[in-house]
Design a protein around this ligand. Structure first.
Ligand code: ARG
Length: 277
């Protein structure tokens, strides 16, 4: 019985690949989907081919950390935000379905390296160290690291962070820059979520929070008695990360991003979440 099933499947696979030959991408994918789905139940015989095809399947897995409004955050049961909409628009252009994986920020790069996710879209700053482990697309926006303090704080600028307790989100560029102050006697408190750092400051556990400007604006608007200092610490660029060496995907995304920039769609997505001042 099992042999017959396998034989049948092999035939189906062959028909599938024949149909795929000389047809367009859409049909190839349909054939591949059938193949890999059936392979799972039928066992080894068709496995080789199935695996190959599964890698090229039609799902684009996006790793993110949805604790970063307005780029990615929870809204009821949904994950929404600029990055989600940009990734959706890119997936659409690639003829793929977007699947979102919400994980710790510092797990995103390992997730890309292991191939469990295809793209990291998380307000991710292009950074020399990260470039050793992943590739980045062209940037899609600029940002900066800012300092949030209590309204009555004696911290008025970056220099005043010396010797203070500074809260950051673990593994972010805010973490990297704030860590420079350790040499000046500052203590860095690393939180899993940006808003936890803000809460800790509200509770008097730390003196300041270093975080990206747009999430900072959201957190300040949601909490009484805190403010953003005028002087920013850095200027950064956000881009999409892919597995190192995956130039095929990188090129496709850059092309899609270029089109989204050209058509004004990218700006429209940003404007939907960030009101111009
Ligand atoms: N831009 C900063 C970085 O790349 C912070 C990003 C945090 N993103 C997030 N989704 N939590 O390190």
């Amino acid at each position: 019985m099992k042999k017959q099933v396998i034989a049948l499947l092999m035939a189906a696979v062959m028909v599938g690949s024949m149909a795929a030959c000389g047809s367009d991408g859409a049909e190839t994918t349909a054939a591949a989907d059938t193949t890999s789905a059936e392979t799972t139940t039928a066992g080894e015989a068709a496995d080789e081919e199935g695996k190959e095809e599964a890698a090229g399947d039609n799902v684009l897995v996006m790793a993110t950390n949805a604790e970063f409004p307005p780029y990615e955050y929870h809204d009821g049961g949904d994950i929404v935000g600029i990055d989600v909409e940009v990734a959706e628009a890119i997936a659409k252009k690639l003829g793929m379905t977007l699947e979102i994986e919400d994980i710790a920020f510092d797990s995103i790069i390992p997730e890309l390296e292991s191939g469990k996710a295809d793209i990291g879209v998380a307000g991710m700053t292009v950074d020399e160290d990260r470039l050793k482990n992943v590739d980045f697309t062209d940037p899609y926006t600029t940002a900066s690291q800012v300092i949030i303090v209590k309204e009555d704080s004696d911290i008025a600028g970056p220099d005043d962070l010396k010797g203070k307790y500074i809260g950051v989100q673990l593994g972010t560029t805010g973490d990297i820059y704030a860590s420079d102050y350790e040499a000046d006697g500052s203590t860095i408190e690393r939180y899993n979520k940006g808003f936890e750092a803000v809460q800790a400051m509200q509770q008097g556990k730390i003196d300041a929070v270093v975080i990206d400007n747009e999430p900072a604006k959201v957190f300040v608007s949601q909490n009484e008695g805190i403010k953003i200092l005028d002087e920013a610490l850095t200027v950064e660029e956000y881009a999409i990360a892919v597995k190192k060496g995956n130039t095929e995907l990188l090129d496709k995304i850059n092309k899609a991003l270029g089109e989204l920039k050209e058509s004004g769609e990218l700006q429209a997505i940003i404007d939907k979440y960030i009101s111009a001042e």
